[in-house]
Ligand binder design. Sequence first.
Ligand code: UD1
Length: 370
Amino acid sequence: MKVLMIVGTRPEAIKMIPVYRTLSAREDMTACLLLTGQHREMARSVLDLFGVNADIDLDLMEHGQTLLSLSARLTAGLSRVIVDEQPDVILVQGDTTSAMIGGMLGFYAGCRVGHIEAGLRTGNLASPFPEEFNRRVITLGAHWHFAPTAAAAENLRSEGITLNVHTVGNTVIDAALDMADQMTPGKAAMFDQLPFLDDSSGKSVLVTVHRRENIGTRMAGIAAAVGELATLHSSTHFVVPVHPNPAVGAVVRPILESLENVHLIAPLYYDQMIYMLSRAFLVLTDSGGIQEEAPSFNVPVLVLRNESERMEGVDAGCSRLVGTEPSCIVKEAQTLLSDPVAHAMMANSANPYGDGCASQKIAQILSGIE
Ligand SMILES: CC(=O)N[C@H]1[C@@H](OP(=O)(O)OP(=O)(O)OC[C@H]2O[C@@H](n3ccc(=O)[nH]c3=O)[C@H](O)[C@@H]2O)O[C@H](CO)[C@@H](O)[C@@H]1O
């Protein structure tokens, strides 16, 4: 069975590599990993860390690309590969434009499409844009729906999708646990960059923001809240890897760069990120993947969004949706920074997103064993 696995962005690489490695180790499958180049450098750096080479690199990224120009190039590039490679199965992950076009072309070509991380929904087609649309299109053409949680599987059933829906966990947990076993270089790099990490008694708060819907006023509100928290908790370090999208730095730098205990640093390599997660006291984020990973390291998460397609963490008690209003963020973070009981209750909640075995389950389903 020939399986073409399509990856566009950093999080797709993180979530697809465990499946690629699992399929590659099997004799009944030939796995072919394709990078579209939607986010060129960030996706490649993940492959390098896991010691994986792409079989095909379309290198499609263009400076200033729009959804329209990207979709056109993806359609042309992926169509050629599907005709040349004749895969039996196409695997896509998540809800990016690479995943949506890959799933759609797979359906057109008569391949069986497997959707990893199926069934996430906000119920609002306009937010996140275009991801909610992309997810629904992929669902329509998919043969297998690999839902990360029971709630995601239920979302699919409520849309009438009942065949081949499998709750397998999220492959990001496979990747995070794997990286946690080999993060020594990442830890050393973080110690070089942030020497205060040497002091094991110091608290660190990890902050990441990048979502399109937060850029602008909302992101300024988030940065103002971080600034206020940093002033109130002067012995706590706030570590902010700044997303490469220049719009993010343009908002957060002027608000936070003068604060001594706020560290605005470059995006982290994945081993560095996993070290920081394992080490953080609290995470403030609008990232999907980080929400899913942090509970595996017993770190509470405050989600900087007004709605989320990942409510399982909130229901399990690992995370809280705090929106982007500075006063709400400060209030919730203050509680966790100053009340050990409130912190422990969140930190000790079990991770609802998986146990690290999702890739094995996906491989077994693809090969018809399960
Ligand atoms: C805006 C956007 O593109 N969102 C997509 C992104 O979500 P998501 O919001 O997860 O994207 P992020 O860019 O936050 O990536 C998260 C992943 O990158 C890692 N990380 C993050 C920051 C850093 O400096 N270093 C690092 O290694 C995190 O540990 C995590 O594993 O990918 C998902 C998976 O396809 C999609 O469902 C989302 O629609």
